[in-house]
Design a binder for this molecule. Structure first.
Ligand code: FAD
Length: 462
């Protein structure tokens, strides 16, 4: 068999390679690092996590990304398998030791007899001799390849900016001020209910902090960046602060579900949460504190936070580019470029958002390419599954929805809004009691989640 060439050894590319190789297809995986780096990657490992170490909620009973995790496990995902093996405590979330995780993926890929890893940039459209290609080069696709794709897709590829959050050395955090607690003491898998470090603020400290953030010096946009919008799920903290003095207290700094262990009778006015970033517990990242303020400013601003007065930063926040296709217009239902079907796309470049979503779209691209190589027509997952719902969002497939329309196409995390609605929403619980308020929303999500997993089971079996 001729190999499938995969460009990009990130989350999507590694998952696609694994799925192909599991089904007996030879793969050549092209990764440009360390020959050429990106603005965010720091190592030469495959599947490096460039910012947070969280795969978000692992609850498959009523959370859309939790459902995506569960579906991927059913499809023998390499990324989920390695994440599960390198999990560290994070309440109800699936967080991983980033180095252990990336090393495990790299080792699994290197050890597979059907996968060859070639280090080096693919600096233009892949050679015509490669008749089956998966392009999974991510939000930081090298400019030479991005320009070639833009020209070939005959469509202006879009770009926008996300910001990344700082990471702090644990031993520089003042634990006589901060305390360990997960919100509402929620203990996720392997967690204790006390997985986050919390830094309390009173009203005066909060107001001074917000004022300083709003007045802070940010990194200016370069000319070509000036009109690129932010992705709403990853707004820089200073942009949120500028939306109004209360915005942060209702967002990443909300004090709900937390009691100051050093002063239990006084409710904090706002709380900054830090999440464990490595298995050793020596590093913590600032939850929701992605920022584009200047590095000098960041140290000054974040040391205003009680408990972080002497914080030492392992990494400061920053800005990054995001390159993605206008996929509903340029890709077909199995992620192939309509203008050149030998080129299939996977991962964040297709317009999904997030580690898990990117890996999931790598998984799909791998399955589709494998079916094609065996002369079979790829079978799409049902739109009621998390994979099917995401694919529909990206390709503008069988659900006609506003989000999927080419004009409003925006990268998106998986969410229940992308799933086809239920014929009838639940109104009563198992005991026959009438559901009220948020109970109804939770019950609806539970039914959507159960439907997704049942439909995925049937599809996977088929
Ligand atoms: P990547 O994981 O980036 O993999 C692409 C690979 O392709 C890279 O290894 C790159 O070196 C390689 N490559 C690029 N061009 C070429 C070329 N021409 N030839 C050969 N190789 C090439 N998501 C989250 O869920 N949580 C976060 O906290 C988060 N933070 C982010 C922070 C930053 C700075 C960025 C850029 C993105 C962030 N994302 C986050 C979004 C996204 O989920 C990740 O970028 C994710 O890694 C995307 O997976 P991918 O496989 O599509 O791309």
């Amino acid at each position: 068999k001729r190999p499938v060439h995969i460009v990009g050894g990130g989350l999507a590319g590694c998952e696609a390679a694994w799925q192909l190789a599991r089904r007996g297809s030879p793969v050549v995986l092209h990764e440009m690092r360390p020959t050429r780096g990106t603005d965010a990657h720091k190592t030469d490992s495959l599947a490096e996590l460039v910012c947070s170490n969280s795969f978000r909620s692992d609850d498959s009973s009523n959370n859309a990304v939790g459902v995506l995790h569960a579906e991927m496990r059913r499809l023998s995902s390499l990324i989920m398998g390695c994440a599960d093996r390198h999990q560290i405590p994070a309440g109800g979330a699936l967080a991983v030791d980033r180095e252990g995780f990336a090393e495990a993926v790299t080792a699994a890929i290197a050890a597979h007899p059907l996968i060859t890893v070639e280090r080096g940039e693919v600096a233009g459209l892949p050679p015509e001799a490669w008749d089956s290609v998966i392009i999974a080069t991510g939000p930081l696709t090298s400019p030479a390849l991005a320009d070639a794709i833009r020209a070939r897709a005959d469509e202006q590829a879009l770009a926008f900016f996300d910001a990344i959050a700082p990471i702090i050395h644990f031993d520089s955090i003042d634990m006589s001020v901060c305390w360990f607690q997960s919100r509402y003491d929620k203990a996720g898998p392997g967690g204790s209910g006390a997985d986050y470090i919390n830094c309390p603020m009173d009203k005066e400290q909060y107001e001074a902090f917000v004022a300083a953030l709003v007045a802070s010096d940010t990194v200016p946009f370069r000319e070509f960046e000036a009109n690129t919008p932010y992705f709403d799920g990853c707004l820089p903290i200073e942009v949120m602060a500028a939306r109004g003095p209360e915005t942060l207290r209702h967002g990443p700094m909300k004090p709900m579900g937390l009691t100051n262990a050093h002063n239990p009778t006084v409710k904090p006015y706002a709380v900054v949460q830090l999440r464990q970033d490595n298995a050793l517990g020596t590093l913590y990242n600032m939850v929701g504190f992605q920022t584009k303020t200047r590095h000098g400013e960041q140290t000054r601003l974040f040391r205003m936070i009680p408990g972080l007065e002497k914080a030492e930063f392992a990494r400061l926040g920053g800005l990054h580019r995001n390159t993605y296709l206008n996929s509903p217009r340029v890709l077909d239902a199995t992620l192939r470029l309509k203008a050149e079907p030998r080129l299939r796309f996977a991962g964040q470049i297709t317009g999904c958002e997030g580690y898990v979503e990117s890996a999931a779209m790598g998984l799909m691209a791998g399955l589709f390419a494998s079916a094609e190589q065996r002369g079979q027509a790829p079978v799409l997952p049902p739109p009621t599954t998390a994979h099917g719902a995401l694919l529909n969002h990206i390709t503008g497939g069988h659900i006609e929805s506003l989000e999927a329309g080419p004009r409003s196409f925006q990268p998106m995390n998986v969410n229940f809004g992308l799933f086809p609605p239920l014929d009838a929403n639940p109104t009563r619980d198992a005991e026959g009691n009438r559901l009220r308020g948020t109970q109804k929303t939770v019950a609806k999500k539970q039914v959507l989640a159960a439907r997704a997993l049942a439909d995925m089971d049937a599809w996977a079996k088929a």
